[in-house]
Design a protein around this ligand. Structure first.
Ligand SMILES: NC(=O)c1ccc[n+]([C@@H]2O[C@H](COP(=O)([O-])OP(=O)(O)OC[C@H]3O[C@@H](n4cnc5c(N)ncnc54)[C@H](OP(=O)(O)O)[C@@H]3O)[C@@H](O)[C@H]2O)c1
Length: 254
């Protein structure tokens, strides 16, 4: 039977690359993001698979309940969940609006947690349930001037690794993708395009492919790019205060 993958943030960047990879392997798709037009374009591009379009703002507290309701209504079974939607913001904690930072927590943390919770029973019914959560290399250390964003990604990594262990007996794998700077709309939304970190961003298709392969192999954590792997390792051994100083430096404008 044809498998189904649910992808959040499917309208651009890494999410759109995941769409291409799953579609190539013949998966049916449930695509979620705010931009309805872009999601409908995806549906049009893949006439040979079943693409369900659910336009939704995941930073709204009722969004997940509405998505789950919609999926139940259409009797959609789920084999793979890709929690990819997210955004960041550059700026000191006090200079950024509190509403935007709370929206970020709602999207990057709460909606990811809630969607995982509600789709877990379906994933358990699948013979090969898989979850891919998109964190970031931001997960490995505190991030001054992106404090809330880094904290949301630390949550995603910790939550996903714990869940991977909990779900081992159920044969569900949980993979966390930790990209470093990647060429997508993220940099313009977050206003980080001119920072040292983004001077050497990776192509999104390479990052998504590495995440997809790790997901299919059931790997727990994948960090993309050699430089990012070294950075994550260094963050493990440095005192937290020093790691925070390094993070502050790389987020400085060029
Ligand atoms: N690019 C990087 O350098 C980088 C590095 C590390 C981690 N990441 C992570 O990678 C993930 C994907 O980001 P990206 O780099 O591909 O950036 P992107 O091109 O900006 O894509 C973000 C996706 O999330 C969706 N989205 C944003 N806000 C949403 C909301 N309120 N409700 C529903 N969907 C929403 C966007 O669609 P709509 O605008 O249509 O809603 C879009 O499809 C994020 O979790 C990000 O934190 C990115």
């Amino acid at each position: 039977m044809t498998k189904t993958a649910v992808i959040t943030g499917a309208s651009s960047g890494l999410g759109l690359e995941f769409v291409k990879l799953f579609a190539k392997d013949g998966y049916n798709l449930v695509v979620i993001a705010r931009s309805e037009e872009k999601l409908l374009e995806i549906k049009k591009s893949y006439p040979n698979i079943n693409v369900t379009v659910i336009p939704k703002d995941l930073s709204k507290p009722d969004a997940i309940k509405e998505i789950v309701h919609e999926m139940k209504k259409h009797d959609i079974k789920v084999d793979v969940l890709v929690n990819n939607a997210g955004f960041g913001l550059l700026g000191s904690f006090e200079s950024l609006s509190v509403e935007q930072q709370l929206n970020m927590i709602q999207l990057n943390v709460s909606s990811l947690t809630e969607l995982t919770y509600h789709l877990l029973p379906e994933l358990k019914k699948s013979k090969s349930g898989k979850i891919l959560n998109v964190a970031s290399t931001a997960a490995f250390q505190p991030g001054p001037n992106m404090a809330v964003y880094y904290a949301t990604k630390a949550f995603v990594l910790s939550f996903s690794e714990a869940l991977a262990e909990e779900l081992k007996e159920d044969s569900i794998t949980v993979t966390t993708l930790c990209p470093g700077a990647t060429k997508t709309n993220f940099s313009s939304v977050a206003n980080v395009g001119n920072t040292k970190m983004f001077s050497n961003a990776m192509p999104s298709e390479i990052v998504a492919k590495q995440g997809y392969q790790a997901l299919m192999r059931g790997k727990r954590v994948v960090i993309t790019g050699r430089f990012n792997k070294v950075g994550a390792l260094a963050a493990k051994f440095l005192p937290r205060q020093s790691a925070a100083k390094v993070a502050k430096l790389v987020m400085k404008e060029n």
